[in-house]
Design a binder for this molecule. Structure first.
Ligand code: MTE
Ligand code: MO
Length: 538
């Protein structure tokens, strides 16, 4: 009897919990410990997922992460009195205090989720799902909504749920074998500790990273752009066709396509930003952000496009850009006569090669600081980018620009040139059918077709449509904002039930029609007529 008690105590790892009443006492205390460990598992699972979500946000959505979205929503939701009290209490650390507070609330709820999950499968997962929904709802309240910003709370919640299930399963496995064999339990504890350490390390990394981006986001939010010395020409009446389903004539920033090689969006501080003009110049010139803002800025609508835009694609957008003509800056430096190219370089080392003459002629190539009345969004090149009417982005539209090297095509190659893309990249005249959407069925009768056409720096003269390769019919062409922007067009066509193939063709103001031959995007831009199939129902 005595010796068996000894053995029992030994099995308990010498905790001295043996004895006659061991069986009665052990059950509830084991249960309590199991729930405590489950709560810890919840904290680690949710913590790891949140940290991963924040790191992913650093890569994919620098201006809006799940945590900053929820924090922003909280700031907007609290009454002004509370806000004043928080500022008075924490001063400039009010945002940090908010994040710490959010972390504590999340940790408590995550602990509850773990505790619930071990008692009832998927009860904790349900709490995690609510976290995800709260995140999505918070993103909805923010101004800069991007698809990535939307997806990240969902990704975070799914990750948290998977990690939670994984840890709880380990804990259950440990509990099943726990009284006779400590190895499963040790494995669980090791996993938990490892997870906690990785989460802490990731959290520090995410915090530092976010700190850098947050500083630039703050600088962007504080920034008040000066007014333009020369305003954008007014948008003519009727330029916006007003047909449902067509895209707006001026693309809102949040809908503007984004293309770049930046794995994480560069956080460029405007206070330390400088642009250097180097290379084949009479004198090198340096420009800082304050000096740039003090110049007489001009505002222009310009439609920029990506060379990778397939026929009918949406890698094209039209914005009102505020900036200083590049030719003014180049004029100060004095390019030498032999130079024929400007190699512009971004903060992250990407380069574009632009013909010197395009940057110095009267087309108002801009060192842009503003996009549709706001400072450039981080994703679109904050604080300064190039916008060059008439050229594809890959040879002109350098975001986060920090250097203009005046050089020669013979001496320097830009980023995409050795990668199979043409040295020169003028935008090809093209057109797109936006309504009715291809593949849709529409009721028979009068069907309004509508879309856009562009021939940057020449202007659109005419847009035509043809049905089933019949004769071309001229569409109603809305007035353009300028020759550097896209134009909208519409055409009413009467169609009886049946299947139709509809094509569009644009002709520029010099009389040159877009190329009919179907060519891929490489090496210098796709060609061919945008073709949609329309199913007309009776
Ligand atoms: N720094 C940098 N700038 C860049 C790029 C890039 O990869 N890095 N891509 C260019 C390309 S290919 C295009 S089409 C335009 C797209 O600009 P947007 O993302 O503002 O629409 O940016 C250009 N500027
Ligand atoms: Mo591009």
């Amino acid at each position: 009897m005595d010796s068996s008690r000894q053995q029992q105590a030994a099995h308990d790892g010498g905790t001295g919990r043996g004895g006659p009443a061991a069986a009665d006492v052990e059950q509830p205390s084991n249960e309590r410990q199991r729930r405590r460990l489950a709560a810890a598992a919840g904290v680690v699972a949710v913590g790891a997922a949140v940290v991963l979500g924040e790191l992913l946000a650093g890569l994919l959505s620098p201006s809006l992460s799940p945590m900053t979205a929820v924090g922003g929503a909280v700031i907007d939701a609290v009454p002004p009195g509370v806000k004043d009290w928080a500022v008075a209490l924490f001063g400039t650390a009010d945002k940090a205090a908010l994040l710490v507070g959010m972390g504590l609330v999340i940790a408590v709820l995550a602990g509850m989720a773990g505790d619930l999950e071990v008692r009832r499968r998927f009860a904790g997962v349900a709490i995690v799902a609510v976290f995800g929904l709260v995140g999505v709802a918070a993103v909805l309240t923010r101004a800069q909504v991007t698809p990535a910003a939307f997806a990240l709370p969902v990704v975070t919640a799914v990750l948290a749920a998977v990690l939670l299930r994984f840890l709880i399963r380990r804990l259950e496995a440990a509990a099943e074998t726990g009284t006779t064999d400590g190895s499963a339990r040790r494995r669980f504890l090791r996993t938990l500790a490892g997870g906690a350490l990785a989460t802490a390390a990731g959290g520090i990394l995410a915090g530092a990273w976010r700190g850098a981006t947050a500083g630039v986001n703050d600088a962007r939010e504080r920034l008040r752009l000066p007014g333009a010395a020369s305003h954008a020409p007014a948008i003519p009446a009727g330029a916006e066709a007003g047909v449902e389903g067509m895209q707006p004539l001026v693309t809102p920033n949040r809908d503007f396509y984004r293309i770049d090689t930046a794995l994480s969006v560069p956080a460029v501080n405007p206070d330390t930003w400088v642009l250097r003009v180097t290379g084949m110049v009479e004198r090198e010139v340096e420009l800082d952000f304050a000096s740039l803002l003090a110049k007489p800025l001009i505002e222009r609508h310009v439609t920029i496009a990506c060379v990778s835009n397939p026929v009918g694609g949406d890698l094209i957008g039209n914005a009102r850009w505020l900036g200083w003509p590049v030719r003014e800056l180049l004029g100060q430096a004095g390019p030498r006569a032999e130079a024929d190219m400007v190699l512009s370089r971004s903060a992250d080392g990407w380069t574009a090669g632009t013909p010197l003459e395009v940057l110095t002629d009267n087309r108002d190539a801009l060192l842009a600081v503003g996009m549709n009345g706001e400072p450039l969004p981080l994703e679109h090149g904050f604080p300064v980018r190039l916008v060059v009417p008439g050229l594809y982005g890959y040879v002109s539209a350098t975001k986060w620009v920090t250097e203009l090297k005046v050089t020669r095509f013979a001496d320097d190659a830009a980023y995409w040139t050795p990668r199979g893309w043409s040295e020169r990249g003028p935008i090809k005249t093209s057109s797109r059918i936006d309504v009715p959407r291809g593949g849709r069925s529409v009721p028979a009768g009068t069907i309004t077709f509508g879309g856009v056409a562009w021939a940057q720096h020449t202007g659109i003269g005419k847009v035509e449509l043809r049905v089933n390769r019949g004769p071309w019919r001229e569409a109603r062409l809305a007035p353009g904002i300028s020759v550097d922007t896209w134009y909208q067009w519409t055409l009413d066509v009467d169609l009886t039930p049946g299947q139709y193939e509809v094509q569009v063709r644009a002709t520029d103001l010099r009389g040159a029609s877009q190329d009919e031959e179907q060519r891929p995007v490489a090496p210098d831009g796709a060609t061919g007529f945008h073709t949609v199939r329309v199913d007309v129902k009776s």
